[in-house]
Each structure stands twice: as structure tokens, then as C-alpha cells.
Design a protein around this ligand. Structure first.
Ligand code: ADP
Ligand code: MG
Length: 463
């Protein structure tokens, strides 16, 4: 509440003494909660009786009361206290209205909008930590960053703004930052394409498309993440196309992200692709060493100020981490966190060879593991000749290792069951299924088996 408000209200209290002006309070609800929540819910509240320290408010139904109490009660009390400080409690009284059918259905209609809005808010809240301040600029993302900022200054100049790039390169971060920047003055909708589909399907099932359309078309800034999700989904594309057009028509700003450029979106209608490409397309590339080092340093700085602790990583270690992480920034941050966690737990300043050890699994997971390698390692782990392990003999000392090897082949390679079967002296895929089941069960029940499996996995990841 700003100073002016307080002044105005205290004057008001002294003039009117104990009598609240309900209309004025309603107006303040409208301002604080926004007209949508106000129209759907708060407008219906009436003042029944005013006491020195509490109010009795009238409300049409029990459902209404529960809804308001669970969502808005604290804020309502805070608001009315602004008009009369001595209030510390609110009671609700259900006042049955004489309603005809149309009125009832109107209320239900409004409830639906709020319902959509609520569930969307729950899943699509903007993350306050993904802002422009902590987005580190480098050669690979400077254009995307600069236009993301420009969009915020000049709404609808670059429309739509389309940001593309591979996973973990900062698309969602930028979209979120734009949303945060514009949220105070605009009706911002931030949603992933996947979530958009979820609501779309839910609305179809509930026979509620009118609300769905209204809801999404109301935003003045529409931010949609990971649009590649539309690929191959015809009816979703249809709906998106209409939403897109009507938003553009009314001059809303649209911001889109995808893992590829508009024209590379296969199985997406041509008319949509050309709309998407019709504004400004910017891309984010993989980070160079310089940007990776900058990001690591920034993250260390953030952690230090957040936890008030010293995080000591030498330049050498930093550049080792930056060099080792090849693919993306999400991975880079993951690796950094792992190193920091380790140095915390062991209370140790790490050198490069410590890091090498810590990160062994992270990097080795990308190494290629083949059925051959698995067979070789398993047979030498159990000290049996490979030819015996693959033979048709069924004695347990051979059968168990064989099953373990099949199990690992299923878990650690992308080979199909029949393919795996063939590699084990032409066995049937049902034999492989049986092996996977048996070892899964045993490794849950039997500590020795669990230990064996883990050791073999480590051997495989270690080479
Ligand atoms: P994408 O949506 O492209 O897959 P994200 O936006 O989710 O990628 O980014 C992955 C992680 O990397 C997030 O934690 C994000 O904050 C971080 N990140 C990406 N780019 C940068 C950057 N330039 N500066 C700081 N953090 C970044
Ligand atoms: Mg993303």
C-alpha cells in the first residue's frame, strides 16, 4: 500500500468513525485482486454487520465461502483492516439468493474461467530466479538476449519474437525473464506448448472450449515455450493457429521458443510455420569456453552470497569444468553443483584430479556401451569364459551371469529385446524378458546381487 492510500484512509476513518463504506472497500478489492477475480468472486460479497473488531459478510453459497476462505481470506482481511484498523476477524454468513437458472449458469461460467486460471497459475508461475540480471551474455546468445530486452521496451515491434536453440541453452530462462519484466504492466500468459495442449484437451472433454478460447485470447503478452511440441498434433495446431491469429489481430505481443527454426518444424502446417517466421527469429548457439567460464563464476558468486560461505574453486578447476562440459548450460550447472557439493561434504579445496574422479560417471554416461562390451566385462567379472557364458548350458554359475549380461544390455543400450536375444547365441526375446525380470527382482531383494550389478556398471562406465 502506498503512502497516499494510507493518508486517504486515515482521513476517511476519522470522518466516518465506525461505519465502513462497503462500496469503497469493494472498489479496493477490484484494484487489488484484479477485475477477473473481483467479478467472479468478491463482487458477490455483501456487508451484513459491522462490529468493532470483526465483520459479518454475506456470501451466496457454501462453495463460494470455502473458495474465498481458502484463497482470498487473508488478503481480504488485510484490505478491510486498511479501512478500519481494529478489525481482526471476518465471519461469513451464507445468504441464499433467489436465483434463476441463467444467473446460476453465469456464476458457473465464471467459476470455470477462474478454474482454468488457477490451474494454469499453479503450473506456469514465472520463476523469479530466471531474470535478465542473472542471464550471462556471450557470443552465442547476445542477439537473442538483446532482442528479448528490446521486445520489453517496444511491445509489438518484433512480433512474434521466436527464440530457437538446442536443449539447455537458455530459452526458457529468456522467456521467463521477458515475462517477469512485462508482468507488472501487462496481462502476461506464460505457458509451455505441452501445458497448452493439456488445457486444450481438458476443455474439449469438459465441453468447455468457449472458456478456453477466451482465456488464452485475453492476454496482452502471450509467451509459449517449446512449440516443437505441436509437431504432428493436427487439432492442437488448428487451435494454436486461431489463438495466434486473434492475439496478433488485437496487437498482443507473442514470444515463442523452439528447439529449431520455424522452417525446420516438420509435421507442422505451412501456414503456421510462415506465421512463426513472420516476425523476428533469433537463435541461441552452444556456449563457447569464455561464456561457460563466466557462467560458472556467476553461479559461484550467487551461491556465495546466498549461503554466505566461501566456495573455493581454482581457475584451473573452473576451466577444467568448462572444458569438460560439452553439450549445454544445464549440464554445466549440474556438474558445477556436483563439484561444489563434494567439496562441501569433504570440506576440501579441490584440484583437477579430484574433479576428474567426481565427474567420472557424468561424462562416462555419454560413452558408448555396447552389448559386446557388456558381455566381455560380465564374463571377466565372474571369471568365466565368454564362450561358456553364451553357450546353451544351464548351470547356475553360467546362467546367472548370462542373465545379468542380458539385463544390462537391456538397461544400458538401446538394443531391442530380439536384437539382444540374437547376440546371446540366438536366443528368443522371451528369454531376454525373463532374464530382465529375474535380475530386476533379485537386485531388489538380494544385496549381493545389487552389489554385483553396481560394480559391473561402474566397470562399464569406467573404461
Ligand atoms: P532451454 O529452455 O533452452 O532448454 P533453460 O533456459 O532451461 O534452457 O536453461 C538451462 C539452465 O541453464 C537454466 O538453469 C538456466 O538458468 C541456465 N542458463 C542458460 N543460459 C544461461 C545464461 N546465459 N546465463 C545464466 N544461466 C543460464
Ligand atoms: Mg526450456
Amino acid at each position: 500500500m502506498d503512502k497516499n492510500n494510507i493518508k486517504k484512509q486515515s482521513v476517511y476513518i476519522s470522518e466516518e468513525e465506525n461505519t465502513l463504506n462497503w462500496m469503497e472497500i469493494q472498489n479496493s478489492f477490484k484494484k487489488t485482486f484484479g477485475s477477473e477475480i473481483y467479478n467472479s468472486w468478491l463482487q458477490k460479497i455483501t456487508l451484513v454487520k459491522e462490529y468493532n473488531d470483526y465483520l459479518i459478510l454475506g456470501i451466496p453459497t457454501r462453495f463460494f465461502r470455502d473458495w474465498i476462505v481458502s484463497r482470498y481470506l487473508d488478503k481480504i482481511l488485510e484490505q478491510v483492516k486498511g479501512f478500519k484498523l481494529s478489525l481482526n476477524r471476518i465471519e461469513f454468513k451464507i445468504i441464499e439468493e433467489q436465483k434463476n437458472d441463467t444467473e446460476l449458469s453465469k456464476i458457473e461460467e465464471l467459476n470455470k474461467v477462474t478454474e482454468i486460471k488457477d490451474s494454469i497459475l499453479n503450473y506456469n508461475r514465472l520463476n523469479p530466479n530466471l531474470n535478465f540480471e542473472n542471464f550471462v551474455e556471450g557470443r552465442s546468445n547476445d542477439i537473442a538476449l538483446s532482442y528479448s530486452k528490446k521486445v520489453c521496451e517496444h511491445l509489438s515491434r518484433y512480433n512474434p519474437l521466436y527464440i530457437c536453440g538446442g536443449v539447455g541453452l537458455g530459452k526458457t530462462h529468456l522467456l521467463n525473464a521477458i515475462g517477469l519484466e512485462l508482468q507488472p504492466d501487462n496481462n502476461v500468459m506464460f505457458i509451455s506448448a505441452e501445458r497448452f495442449m493439456y488445457h486444450f484437451i481438458k476443455s474439449i472433454k469438459k465441453n468447455d472450449m468457449v472458456n478456453f478460447k477466451d482465456f488464452f485470447r485475453k492476454s496482452s503478452v502471450f509467451i509459449i515455450d517449446d512449440i516443437q511440441f505441436l509437431r504432428g498434433k493436427e487439432s492442437l495446431q488448428e487451435e494454436f493457429f486461431h489463438t495466434f491469429n486473434s492475439l496478433m489481430e488485437k496487437g498482443s505481443q507473442i514470444i515463442i521458443s523452439a528447439d529449431r527454426s520455424p522452417m525446420k518444424l516438420d509435421r507442422v502446417q505451412e501456414r503456421i510455420k510462415s506465421r512463426l517466421a513472420g516476425g523476428l527469429v533469433v537463435d541461441i548457439d552452444t556456449p563457447d569456453l569464455e561464456l561457460k567460464v563466466k557462467i560458472i563464476k556467476k553461479k559461484i558468486f550467487e551461491l556465495q552470497s546466498q549461503f554466505k560461505e566461501n566456495i573455493d574453486l581454482s581457475e584451473e578447476v573452473i576451466s577444467y569444468i568448462a572444458n569438460e562440459s560439452k553439450t549445454n548450460i544445464r549440464e554445466l550447472i549440474g556438474i558445477l553443483n556436483r563439484v561444489i557439493a563434494f567439496s562441501r561434504v569433504h570440506n576440501k579445496i579441490l584440484n583437477v584430479s579430484d574433479c576428474k574422479n567426481i565427474l567420472k560417471d557424468v561424462f562416462s554416461q555419454t560413452r558408448i556401451i555396447t552389448v559386446d562390451k557388456i558381455q566381455n566385462i560380465v564374463s571377466s567379472y565372474f571369471n568365466i569364459p565368454l564362450s561358456e557364458m553364451l553357450s546353451q548350458r544351464r548351470s547356475r554359475p553360467l546362467a546367472r551371469p548370462r542373465q545379468i549380461a542380458m539385463y544390462l544390455a537391456k538397461k544400458m543400450t538401446s538394443r531391442s529385446l530380439p536384437e539382444i536375444g540374437r547376440r546371446f547365441a540366438n536366443r528368443d526375446h522371451t528369454t531376454v524378458i525373463h532374464a530382465v525380470k529375474t535380475i530386476t527382482r533379485l537386485s531388489e531383494q538380494d544385496d549381493e546381487m545389487k552389489k554385483n550389478i553396481n560394480q559391473i556398471k561402474n566397470l562399464l562406465l569406467d573404461q
